[in-house]
Design a protein. Structure first.
Length: 66
């Protein structure tokens, strides 16, 4: 379970970082945040939420006994 949480956290961190990078520089448009229609206009907030979720998943994975 610990490895699963770490993997999902890493994916969320990468997607959040790619979303912020795309919003501020225009590079790397393959992030998931840019393809969600309900986040149109709120891509920065969605990317920040993914990064916060990633850190929460990393903290949760540390509390799980392996």
């Amino acid at each position: 379970m610990k490895k699963v949480l770490e993997f999902i956290g890493a994916i969320a961190l990468i997607q959040g970082a790619v979303g912020l990078l795309h919003e501020f520089t225009g590079w790397l448009s393959w992030g998931v945040v840019q393809h969600l229609d309900f986040l149109d206009g709120y891509e920065v907030y969605g990317s920040i939420a993914l990064i916060v979720l990633a850190f929460a998943l990393f903290a949760a994975s540390e509390s799980v006994r392996s």
